[in-house]
Design a protein around this ligand. Sequence first.
Ligand SMILES: [Zn+2]
Length: 261
Amino acid sequence: MHQWLVHFFLGGSPGEFFEERGRRLEKRLVYLIELQKTESAAGRIHVKKRNIPVQANKLEEEFKVFCEVVEAQREQMESLRKRRREKDTQLQEGQQSLKRTRERLFEVKTNKEYQSMLKEIEIFEGKNSRMEDEVISLLDELDRLEAALKDKEEELEARHRRYEEEKTRMEAELNSLAGELDGCVRKSEELKKEIPAELLRKYEQIKGAGRGVAVVAVWKEVCDGCHMSIPPQLYNELQKTTAMITCPNCNRIIYWENRNG
Ligand SMILES: [Zn+2]
């Protein structure tokens, strides 16, 4: 027997074989391979389950940031409207003052008084005209902001819908992953019943030492566990044997997997 060939005559009958693609393997080894695949699948589901809340938080954060941007624009708009109201009031007051001064023009007695009042009227007119310009430019700015805010609010609504949809989808995915995980756990339990206790212990022991994976495939002489090449002689042996072999590099249980379709 080759030095790498390890037989575990530990319970179960070595005479029970499983055939696949012309390949014969001990049944308990087939169960062990299936157990590893099931546990690896469960591990991937765990990772996905952990990632979903992270994605959900990121999504919520992005949505909150956008809400804040819209809120800031709303506030800017409000303060602009307030300034516009103030300017309107000032302009009305200015127009009133101008009107009163013009009325007083008819009451003056001297030319000097008349001239100074004309000067006063001129100043009021200038001030009012500047205020009118300011109101017009405020109105322009308000129009521009209103249009921009309308776009932003539409986008906010669309984002809110997408956010709610994503949240619902994530919740559904979490539920379905929980179901898949349950399935894996049940399947693992069933498989473990078919594997002799000593072999299972060996499996757990390698799993503990090998960062979670004890059984790996080998294809074209490369071990899936350590990604190192195994000796050609061992590779030949691996393709023919019905028993268990471990990788000389990483010590994981290896099996030959025909990846030619
Ligand atoms: Zn290896």
